[in-house]
Design a protein around this ligand. Structure first.
Ligand SMILES: [Zn+2]
Length: 166
């Protein structure tokens, strides 16, 4: 048993951890039965260090904070009123980095899915995220397969046909 202080310390840690956006998406994926890595070599080595990697689906997921990653049109992606040019430069370079990473990943066959923090803020929104994920992860498709699919329309058709036969 924990002492009272220890317990509240542990509880607050658990709560803080549970509300982290990545954790919300992880538990959603887990509930849907998908296998993924969050701390694997790919999470560390791939461009942009994706939060979640689903190798079987050739898919990476970024769970982005709206402020730091500038969610377009989102009220949380405001610009602070002081040191405006510094912020614009800083936030602009974040966006540029995200864009470059997504491009590289797509070029090497990964499907890139971005989930925004504000999309996890209510049950209804979470349902939409669930729909988005199940749609993106409908059929297993490795990165290599997807890469070929991108390059060659014949392979794309063949792959689609093969999937229907399964
Ligand atoms: Zn947002």
């Amino acid at each position: 048993m924990f002492s009272k202080e220890k317990r509240s310390e542990v509880m607050s840690r658990i709560r803080a951890k549970d509300t982290k956006p990545e954790v919300v998406v992880r538990s959603l994926l887990h509930r849907l039965g998908y296998r993924f890595t969050v701390n694997g070599p790919k999470n560390r080595s791939l461009q942009g260090k994706p939060d979640i990697v689903l190798p079987k689906y050739g898919t990476v997921i970024f769970v982005n904070g709206c402020f730091w990653h500038r969610h377009r049109g989102c009220k949380y992606a405001y610009t602070p009123k002081t040191r405006v040019s510094w912020w614009l430069k800083k936030l602009g370079s974040n966006v540029a980095r995200d864009k470059a990473a997504a491009k590289k990943l797509r070029q090497s066959g990964w499907q890139v899915v971005t989930i925004w923090e504000c999309q996890l803020r209510s049950k209804a929104k979470l349902n939409r995220v669930e729909l988005k994920l199940t749609k993106a992860l409908q059929v297993p498709c490795s990165r290599t397969e997807r890469k070929h699919v991108l390059i060659c329309p014949q392979i794309r058709q063949r792959a689609a046909a093969a999937r229907w036969e399964k």
